[in-house]
Structure formats: C-alpha cells, structure tokens
Design a protein around this ligand. Structure first.
Ligand SMILES: Cc1cc2nc3c(=O)[nH]c(=O)nc-3n(C[C@H](O)[C@H](O)[C@H](O)COP(=O)(O)OP(=O)(O)OC[C@H]3O[C@@H](n4cnc5c(N)ncnc54)[C@H](O)[C@@H]3O)c2cc1C
Length: 321
C-alpha cells in the first residue's frame, strides 16, 4: 500500500467472491428503508438470481457478517450502518406462478416480490386469501420473517411451505408447521434467507376480492400515517392489550425526541419528521417503553427490527473522522 491508498475497512470487497449480481460499497441504506434514516451498508449485494446467491454464500468468508433486508418497512437501521454484507433480493426473486394440483390452488411467490403486488396479482387471477397483504407494505421475504398480518389474517394462515437458503448456501424447504410461527414471529434460524413461498388460495369472484382490498386500503389510509416516513407498528401488542392504548395512557402521543415523533394519528407508529436520526427514533422508542412500564407495568416488545451499529461505535461504516 502506498501513502495515497486510502485505508478502508479491511478492503472487504476484495475478499468477496465474484458474482453476477451487483456489489455496492458504502451503500446508503436510508434510501432503502421507510424511516429514511441510518448509516450505509459496508457492502450491499443484490444477487442476480437464486444460483448467484447460493454461489455467494458458499464462497463468502466465514468471518464476514451477512444480513438480509427486504424493502425496509419494518427496519430501523442504526446511524453507524451495517458491517459486512447486506443482501437485498430484487427482480431475480420476484416470480409468481399459479399452480393447480390435487384439487388445490397454490401460488408460488418469490421472496423479493412486494406483498401489495402479490395481493394484486392474486386478485387479477381471481384468487382469494391474500387480500390482507394489500395492507402490508413489505416483501414476501419480510412477511415470512415477521409473520406479517392484518385484518385477522397472518402469513402462517395461508402459507403451505417456504423455501430458503442457509448461511452455507444450502437450499431447503420447510412446511408451515415447522417454521415456529407466532405473533409477528418466525422461529426459522436467523441465518435463513427465504427465497420463495407457497400459498394456498381459493378461486373467487374478482370484483369481490377487489372490493375487500379497497376496503383494506381505505381503512389503512384513515388509521395509519401511511404517507409518513415510518416503520409500521413499533411494538407488538402484549397479550390481552393493545400497544397503542398503553402508549396513549402513558401520555406519549405526539412525544418528540430530536426530529422523531410518536404519531398523533396512531401512537404505536414513530415517524421521522424529516431530519431524525436512527438514534432519535430508538431513544424515542426506548422512552415510550420506559413510560409504559412505569404507568402500566407492561414491558413492550419492539416489533421493529433494529439492526446495525450506533454512530458512536468505532466500527461505524464509512465514518470518516
Ligand atoms: C405504513 C406501514 C404499515 C404496516 N402495516 C403492517 C401490517 O398491517 N401488518 C404487519 O404485519 N406489518 C406491517 N408493517 C410492517 C412491515 O410492512 C412488515 O413487517 C413486513 O413484513 C416487512 O417486510 P420488509 O420486506 O419490509 O422487511 P424488512 O423491514 O426489510 O425486514 C424485516 C425483517 O425481515 C427480515 N427479512 C427480510 N427479507 C427476508 C428474507 N428474504 N429472508 C429472511 N429474512 C428476511 C429482515 O432481516 C428483518 O429482520 C407496516 C409497515 C409500515 C411502514
């Protein structure tokens, strides 16, 4: 290395296998998350297709952390960014196929497909069962990991099986019963990257399906700050209670930290008013949790996934001085 060579973080990119997809070094993640906050990915990898992902995982050095993200609608990426490789599934994982077998109708959907698009494709094919996904702005992969749900239905209710790739690049599949689903929870090992889902659907009248989806959409526009920079429900509802009611009772509606605010419209939503940092949002969430514990004795569980490292960390990505 000569005196002019910049010192980079172990030149991670030089240690990664060649791929047919795309690597981006120091990729800004704020543009890829709904909150619009957070530091960069040390390396962002968009695999071209399934084989590219398998090849990458098989050849990626063991000491390189690998994180998968969907479309970032349930993510708070911390200001120091994400070390290692962050994987985002895109077009090569957005397939959609209707399968009729043994008197059943199934939909095979790639993990990179958006939930809203999937619900619309099912509607256009005259297939009912996925209308609730019209209200979930994530990807199929994120919906599997979070057991996403709305309007009385959850992913686990319509899922037959999911296909995945593990950290060693091995492809496997699991039946719904083996995925350890619970409320906004999936028990699959953390290193599993979902690549595909098989859903059970029912042929039905297209107009009736469309009407249900319009209702879902209209309800959401009324009750949630859907045009704000937000991460959806911040905390899971505790057994027998609603998080928003506990937050309201603790006097947190509209509470502000920096440019982060508890939504006035739905107080289980945090919003970035424009210039919030991830630290503002996390501090606000922690303050809400503390106040709810003090007033009701209930410890709220974060539903939003907080990932990456703090800006104060010496290991922050692309940090400069
Ligand atoms: C306005 C708004 C409304 C919302 N309403 C709802 C709602 O009604 N119901 C609901 O359940 N959620 C709701 N959410 C939250 C969010 O949309 C869901 O949790 C969604 O399933 C997250 O998907 P994603 O692709 O955005 O995942 P991300 O937010 O990117 O990631 C979430 C988690 O999934 C993991 N993940 C992502 N892709 C994969 C993959 N391929 N394999 C393995 N793990 C993966 C990530 O590592 C992370 O842990 C809402 C969010 C917003 C912003």
């Amino acid at each position: 290395m000569n005196a002019m060579t910049p010192i980079t973080r172990n030149n991670l990119i030089d240690r990664l296998p060649s791929v047919s997809g795309r690597y981006v070094v120091d990729a800004p993640l704020r543009d890829l998350t709904w909150f619009r906050v957070g530091g960069p990915a040390e390396v962002l990898f968009r695999p071209a297709d399934r084989q590219d992902l398998v090849d990458f995982l098989q050849a990626c050095p063991d000491d390189v952390p690998v994180t998968v993200i969907g479309v970032g609608s349930n993510l708070l990426v911390r200001d120091g960014g994400i070390p290692g490789v962050t994987i985002r599934l895109g077009r090569g994982f957005a397939d959609f196929e209707v399968i009729a077998a043994d008197g059943e109708t199934l939909i095979r959907a790639g993990a990179g497909l958006s939930d809203v698009k999937l619900s619309m494709m099912a509607r256009d094919a005259g297939l009912s069962g996925l209308e609730f996904l019209r209200g979930v702005p994530g990807s199929v992969g994120g919906a599997l990991r979070m057991n996403a749900g709305a309007y009385g239905s959850e992913i686990k209710d319509v899922l037959v099986a999911a296909r995945w790739i593990d950290a060693g690049g091995n492809i496997g599949s699991s039946l719904t019963a083996d995925l350890g689903f619970g409320y906004r929870h999936c028990g699959a090992p953390d290193d599993v990257i979902f690549i595909e889902a098989l859903f059970r659907v029912t042929p039905a009248d297209r107009d009736a399906i469309a009407q249900r989806m319009q209702q879902v959409s209209a309800d959401r526009n009324l009750s949630q700050p859907v045009t704000s920079s937000t991460g959806g429900s911040t905390f899971a509802n505790p057994p027998g209670a609603r998080a928003w009611e506990l937050i309201d009772a603790a006097g947190c509606r509209g509470l502000v930290v920096g440019d982060a605010q508890v939504s006035e419209q739905h107080c289980n939503f945090l919003i970035n008013r424009g210039n919030a940092t991830a630290a503002d949002l996390e501090t606000l969430g922690d303050t809400v949790r503390r106040r709810v514990l003090e007033t009701s004795g209930v410890t709220l569980r974060w539903e939003i996934r907080r990932i990456g490292i703090h800006a104060t960390s010496a290991d922050r990505i692309g940090g400069g001085a």
